[in-house]
Design a protein. Structure first.
Length: 243
């Protein structure tokens, strides 16, 4: 493909329009296949503008394809922790699948946040699965394989950092290599990676929830304690019999 070879291509060229159209057709099939597999309706995530004006989506993705060499979309899965993002990087010949969740905010250590996510995938096959951490203060992101993080979660933390990540993303990168050139093999590989990723990781993920507040157990000084009335005294008027 010309984009893989670094050639200049117009967003209005027949090749780009056909490629984007084929991508949309593939996504519709992927959403349908996953819907059948899980017994729930999976939808392609669209903006209001895209729904109102379908041509706007075609224009946006054609522009993205010639500028970044990639196409991506998000699938909305009922009750899943987040949307499932699919990216086909034409320039690098890889397919990237991921789901991102907010990192816990009730911890002071970054490794505690990472371990929180690792526990969710404790008994799963994590082949080709990685975790990407998003850091605050323009610190960017870091990424490591889950296999390596199970041994030492601290390798995901930037050196010298004492902050916790803002969000964590579980991802799988599939290097298609020469297979990316063939339309049939590309469709086969992408069609397989979506349900595989969802089975191995997506269906296991849960969002962080703050703990429910606890009752305060502090004892008030005797002088500050309200005068107590027994239940019979309070409700005596309500239950007294009329004479």
């Amino acid at each position: 493909m010309s984009i893989q070879n670094g050639a200049t291509v117009s967003k209005n060229s027949e090749m780009v329009i056909e490629s984007v159209g084929a991508w949309h057709q593939l996504l519709r099939q992927l959403a349908l296949d996953l819907s059948i597999a899980i017994g729930e309706s999976v939808e392609i995530s669209l903006t209001r503008e895209n729904i109102k004006d379908p041509e706007s989506l075609l224009t946006q993705e054609a522009t993205q394809l010639i500028t970044s060499g990639s196409l991506d979309t998000e699938l909305t899965i009922p009750n899943a922790a987040s949307k499932l993002k699919v990216t086909a990087d034409v320039a690098r010949k890889v397919v990237f699948v991921s789901m991102k969740v907010d990192a816990p905010k009730d911890t002071k250590r970054a490794t505690a946040s990472i371990n929180w996510l690792l526990r969710q995938l404790r008994n799963k096959d994590v082949g080709n699965l990685s975790i990407r951490a998003y850091w605050p203060r323009k610190m960017g992101t870091t990424i490591e394989s889950i296999e390596a993080l199970r041994e030492d979660p601290s390798i995901l933390v930037p050196e010298g950092s004492n902050v916790i990540p803002t969000s964590l993303e579980v991802c799988r990168v599939i290097d298609l290599g020469a297979r990316f050139k063939g339309a049939r093999t590309f469709v086969e590989d992408v069609s397989a990676v979506i349900p595989s990723f969802y089975k191995d990781a997506g269906q296991e993920l849960s969002n962080w929830m703050p703990k429910a507040p606890s009752l305060k157990t502090e004892k008030l000084p005797v002088s500050d304690k309200p005068k107590e009335q027994t239940a019979p005294t309070i409700f005596s008027g309500l239950f007294s019999k009329k004479r």
